[in-house]
Design a protein around this ligand. Structure first.
Ligand SMILES: Cc1ncc(COP(=O)(O)O)c(C=O)c1O
Length: 383
């Protein structure tokens, strides 16, 4: 596996939750496309543009299949962040609305919906955690039953590694005639996804071994058809006159301007790569469990419940930034900070934590290396 990732020859990379390294085959797919089939899509009458359009739409079909959606329900965006902003701007939110998020949510979900609620004068509810740091499902049910127009929530926490039962949440939200919006930025990289009960689901190409600059947004077709355009420009229009403009139906309505064409081809290859290596996702879980066990033995304070997927965050008596800098000198990359979840860190009463996150390319040796370096760090700081 590591031969596909030359960048890992000199680096112990444990920051896949921030962005995944790309396998050679993704670079090769983009390179070949750029050299042989590149043109703008959807507008050229010439053969090369038809080829490029076929590749681009092929990527949409692969993205749809990857999460159990259909191409008519897939909007290409720039990222999860852009998808959440699109939804926060286009879902009907008024001063009578009740918008629910959770303490686990990444700022890219939390802030757009917080701001949409503030703008509309809507009620904004933040679901709490249990004492163990898991999403409090009993409280979630209670809050949703009080009324829920939109529940925007992550499926896999980028801090605690908790997997959220979004299917159960969807049942409660739909009983209230609300919409469930799922942030799948982490989930898409580590879990098999099925969006059949979800109104909207977003993920980013760069977290699933693909390029930056492209994201995937699934919006269930009955919901999609009710949304008004978010951005205006070429490609998304039906007809333009001096007086007014009409807009296309379906995903095209939300894809103003030239889309990320080459990135779509890279993403398609990345999704095939993940689909071919599903068996290694089990190994990722074992690595995190192994890492967690070692951290507990060295008296690290672990954040969140024991059952984790993809990442483990913790504190040591040494400040998180000092830990990350120490590890960097050993060519080990981990994340330190609030990981774009300030409300969560505030609730935990800590300014920052260290996060170790894994991808399909990580090995037990990587975990042994980071644990040895953490021990050396604690010793060096004499705490
Ligand atoms: C859970 C979660 N949601 C959303 C995002 C935002 O992704 P992007 O920066 O690609 O929009 C991240 C990125 O770290 C994340 O971990």
């Amino acid at each position: 596996m590591k031969e596909q990732f030359p960048i890992l020859e000199t680096l112990t990379y444990l920051d896949t939750a921030a962005t995944a390294q790309k396998p050679l085959r993704v670079f090769e797919a983009e390179h070949t496309f750029g050299l042989t089939r590149y043109a703008n899509v959807h507008r050229g009458i010439y053969a090369q543009s038809v080829l490029a359009t076929e590749a681009f739409e092929g990527a949409r079909a692969v993205a749809a299949k990857f999460i159990g959606s259909t191409p008519q329900e897939i909007v290409f965006t720039k990222s999860t962040t852009e998808a959440m902003n699109l939804l926060a701007h286009t879902l009907p939110i008024t001063k009578k609305s009740r918008i629910i998020t959770s303490l686990l949510d990444h700022h890219s979900t939390f802030v757009p919906f917080q701001q949409a609620a503030l703008h509309a004068g809507a009620e904004f509810v933040v679901l709490p955690l249990t004492k163990e740091g898991a999403l409090d499902m009993r409280q979630a049910k209670k809050e949703i039953e009080k009324g829920c127009d939109v529940l925007a929530i992550t499926q896999l926490s980028n801090v605690t590694g908790e997997v959220i039962d979004v299917e159960q949440l969807a049942k409660w939200v739909h009983k209230q005639n609300g919409r469930i919006v799922v942030d799948g930025a982490q989930a898409a990289a580590h879990l098999a996804i099925d969006v059949s009960h979800i109104d909207a689901f977003a993920f980013s190409g760069h977290k699933v071994y693909g390029p930056t600059g492209i994201g995937v947004l699934h919006v269930q077709k009955d919901v999609l058809s009710t949304l008004s355009p978010y951005q205006f420009g070429g490609e998304m229009i039906d007809a333009v006159t001096i007086e007014n403009t009409t807009f296309r139906e379906g995903p095209a309505r939300f894809e103003a301007g030239t889309p990320p064409i080459t990135q779509a081809v890279g993403l398609m290859e990345a999704l095939r790569f993940v689909a071919e290596h599903r068996d290694l996702q089990e190994k990722e879980r074992d690595l995190i469990a192994y890492c967690q066990e070692k951290l507990v033995r060295m008296n690290a304070t672990i954040i969140g419940p024991e059952e984790k997927v993809g990442c483990v965050s913790f504190t040591l008596p040494v400040h998180a930034h000092d830990v990350a800098e120490f590890l960097d000198k050993e060519h080990i990359a981990v994340r330190a900070g609030h990981h774009c979840t300030q409300p969560l860190h505030d609730a935990l009463g800590i300014p920052a934590s260290v996060r170790i996150s894994v991808g399909l390319y990580n090995t037990k040796e990587d975990i042994d290396r980071v644990i040895a370096a953490l021990k050396a760090c604690v010793e060096a700081f004499d705490v």
